[in-house]
Design a protein around this ligand. Structure first.
Ligand code: FAD
Length: 334
């Protein structure tokens, strides 16, 4: 399907982009790599009146270091997945990000899709939100009143909803450098290669004298937002580093981990966290074969009162509102 007509702005600076967003009002949408937004526009699930294209805002691209070994990596929102995968700073200080990004879709999508777009989209099946959460990343948002920094724990507010206000842009993400004794791994369970996660686990662990000094674990697609497996983290802290500690911290802590929020996939955590295991009754791949949106995106619906509307939010004042209004979570639309 062809998207509904829209106005188009292609700024070259963050300031110009913010002005264009403000001029577009509440029906304006930011376009990054377009890998999630364009499909939902083509489905007429989103019909923004104005699209603000960030592809020429070069200041939003690239990765740089801040501070010394205890400092941070700063990843520009418009840095593509491909650039993230091949970046030497990320490989050195935050390999978990590169590892998870490598599992995102295929080369074509990774060539256009962006780090910031994937996080702003906040799809619970997306691979990068749980990684950002596990790494205690910070999100730098720019708006008409200046910039503010939001910790990952507060950025993912609800299903496809973030702390971004309608007139704000995600400009960069700060990730603490985790060097030295830290080990990291992203384990993704999907039925088809290059598909969305059914579930996945992002883990970073610091070892000291053969013990686990600190563990950070993010869960993908096990709730409406990415989750931290805090009960498992607590169980691991102080334990002798080894398979026994991991075995104890998995199943026994499952209930505690998922009790934070109403889970979508309660009961599947132990399987996902065990390499090579299969989730019981896992029927959905989460990927639409012909459209680059996850099932979560296809089911999306605007929730009144949410701070940042998901990609479909801009549809609500448009001519196709009745179509959008028919979308309900849990109902297919094809
Ligand atoms: C076939 C296919 C398979 C895929 N498989 C996976 C997968 O396995 N795992 C995975 O994690 N992802 C997957 N994706 C999604 C991919 O990671 C997208 O790149 C990502 O979801 C959106 O990034 P984007 O840059 O294309 O953003 P866009 O589609 O341009 O934007 C997405 C949303 O974020 C908003 N936005 C974007 N940038 C900003 C910003 N700087 N500030 C404020 N708001 C912003 C937009 O307004 C829009 O609402 C897949 C996509 C396709 C097409």
């Amino acid at each position: 399907m062809i998207p509904a007509a829209f106005d188009y702005a292609r700024p070259t600076t963050v300031d110009e982009a913010l002005q264009a967003l403000a001029a577009g009002g509440e029906d304006a949408k930011v376009l990054a790599g377009g890998q999630s937004l364009i499909p939902v526009m083509r489905l007429r699930l989103a019909a923004p009146s104005m699209v603000v294209d960030l592809t020429r805002v070069t200041e939003l691209r690239g990765v740089r270091e801040e501070g010394g070994d205890d400092g941070a990596l700063v990843i520009g929102a418009m840095t593509t997945h491909s650039d993230v995968v091949s970046d030497p700073l990320i490989a050195q200080h935050a390999p978990l990000i590169a590892q998870a990004t490598e599992t995102v879709a295929d080369r074509q999508v990774r060539h256009r899709g962006t780090f910031g777009g994937a996080l702003a989209h906040a799809d619970p099946a997306g691979d990068l939100p749980a990684v950002a959460l596990a790494l205690d990343a910070e999100f730098v948002l720019a708006g008409p009143g200046g910039r503010r920094t939001v910790p990952a724990r507060e950025f993912f507010v609800d299903y496809l909803t973030t702390a971004l206000a309608e007139d704000e842009l995600l400009v960069e993400v700060r990730v603490p450098k985790l060097a030295g004794q830290w080990g990291m791994h992203y384990e993704k369970f999907n039925r088809v290669a290059q598909a969305w996660s059914i579930v996945a686990v992002a883990a970073a662990v610091r070892r000291e004298d053969g013990h686990i000094a600190e563990a950070r674990i993010g869960l993908t697609n096990m709730g409406p937002t990415p989750l931290r497996a805090t009960a498992s983290e607590q169980a691991l802290a102080g334990a002798v580093a080894g398979a026994d500690a991991v075995a104890e911290a998995g199943p026994a802590r499952r209930r505690g981990n998922l009790a934070q929020r109403r889970p979508q996939r309660q009961g599947r955590l132990p399987c996902a966290s065990r390499p090579g295991a299969h989730p019981p009754g896992g029927q959905r791949s989460g990927r639409s074969p012909d459209v680059g949106v996850s099932r979560a995106t296809r089911e999306l619906v605007h929730r009144p009162g949410s701070r940042r509307r998901g990609v479909a939010g801009a549809a609500r004042h448009r001519a196709d509102r009745p179509l959008h209004a028919r979308r309900r979570p849990g109902l297919g639309h094809r």
